[in-house]
Design a binder for this molecule. Structure first.
Ligand SMILES: Cc1ncc(COP(=O)(O)O)c(C=O)c1O
Length: 375
């Protein structure tokens, strides 16, 4: 017997957590456009446009620049399953939750993983990287998280690609929480492989993972001794759908691609540098508001990430109670910490369409009322 299910009726939450961020209304509207087939000439033209837009946002000329089907973890898995072969040495900067995920994936694909350990919230220095790479030659990949969403730290990339290349390694970054929210220039900064996610600073729904790899990386891919051990994410096949061959691989989510294309158009309409500036200015407003409330910020100012701020939960305050009140009374969604930071921090995301001054005012007023016992 069929069960009666009510009409979908979800509250309109203000999304100020680590993602998904609020989706821009223009993206939502575009996503209600009628579908076309995956080999329709109209669709093929849209794919080319989407790739051009992505290249502009990544600041790259890489031919292999495309949105992978799936969330940010898909991009991460694409990177490791395509560029790691069993026995390869992979050096990973470990300073938060998402670098642990990188280590796990690299190991799954047979890598010998060398960890550069730092406390959660700290960043790596080029000297530490240089020393580790020298000690473990030959290294196939050196990987970093550019914006660590679990800690709110922004990893400076200066000198990192040079260190990787001096030791013959590919330089790979996770820019899930940085792409279009903080300065990033893939080609100029010497990044060989990078991946991101649609639901953070790009202001689109989750489900696509922008990915880019340069010629250097592709030469290694095409010289593999073993087949890529993942059918769905095998770039040697996927590139044949996105290049001129247009060889079917899997059915893309037309709707999500319409949305991403519109989200990328919005980024470039605003201007990449203006968008980075907006994210920084709105974050600084939040930092000031939090400090005015007597709250401490977890990451020192010089390494603070604009798209995600970590606020220390004050002594005697219960993390989850505050977040529940924010959600139930004010309809505001922020997140707690995890791993060693569980119960110790709140994570406030100001990404894409969520990065707006009025959102910060609302959140800080709500926090003031909760913390000062009004609610
Ligand atoms: C830095 C970072 N890398 C990877 C991921 C994984 O992305 P997803 O949850 O979209 O699979 C996230 C998700 O928040 C992230 O913040």
């Amino acid at each position: 017997m069929a069960t009666a299910v009510n009409d979908l009726n979800v509250p309109h939450r203000l999304l100020l957590g680590p993602g998904p961020s609020a989706v821009h209304p223009r993206v939502l509207r575009t996503m209600s456009t009628a579908l076309v087939g995956y080999l329709d000439p109209e669709w093929l033209a849209l794919m080319d446009e989407e790739q051009d837009l992505l290249r502009a946002v990544f600041q790259t000329a890489n031919a292999l620049t495309l949105p992978m089907s799936g969330t940010g973890s898909t991009g991460m898995e694409t990177a490791f399953c395509n560029f790691v072969e069993p026995g390869d040495t992979v050096v990973i900067g470990c300073n938060g939750y998402f670098s642990e995920r990188m280590c796990e994936m690299a190991r799954l694909y047979g890598a010998k993983v060398i960890r550069i350990e730092k406390p959660w919230g700290a960043v790596l220095t080029p000297a530490e990287v240089e020393e580790t790479l020298r000690a473990h030659r030959p290294v196939k990949i050196f990987a970093l998280i550019h914006a660590e969403t679990s800690t709110g730290a922004l990893q400076p990339l200066t000198g990192m690609a040079e260190a990787a290349h001096r030791h013959g390694a590919l330089f790979l970054i996770d820019c899930v929480t940085s792409l279009s929210g903080v300065p990033l220039n893939i080609d100029e900064w010497g990044v060989d492989v990078a991946f991101s996610a649609s639901q953070k600073c790009l202001g689109c729904p989750p489900g696509l993972s922008p990915f880019t790899a340069n010629e250097r990386a592709l030469r290694l891919l095409h010289a593999r001794k073993t087949r890529v051990p993942n059918w769905y994410l095998d770039l040697t096949m996927i590139e044949k759908y996105w290049n001129k061959e247009r060889l079917y691989h899997h059915t893309p989510s037309t709707t999500l691609h319409y949305g991403l294309r519109e989200g990328l158009r919005l980024v470039l309409e605003e201007g990449l540098e203006d968008r980075w500036f907006r994210h920084q200015a709105i974050a600084e407003y939040l930092w000031e508001k939090m400090e005015n409330l007597g709250l401490k910020l977890f990451v020192p100012r010089e390494h603070r990430l604009a798209s995600l701020t970590t606020v220390c939960v004050p002594e005697g305050v219960e993390d989850a109670t505050v977040r529940t009140r924010l959600r139930e009374i004010y309809n505001i969604d922020i997140a707690g910490g995890f791993g060693p930071l569980k119960g110790k921090i709140w994570r406030v995301g100001l990404m894409g369409f969520s990065s707006r001054r009025e959102n910060v005012t609302l959140l800080s007023e709500a926090l003031r009322e909760i913390l000062h016992g009004r609610n």
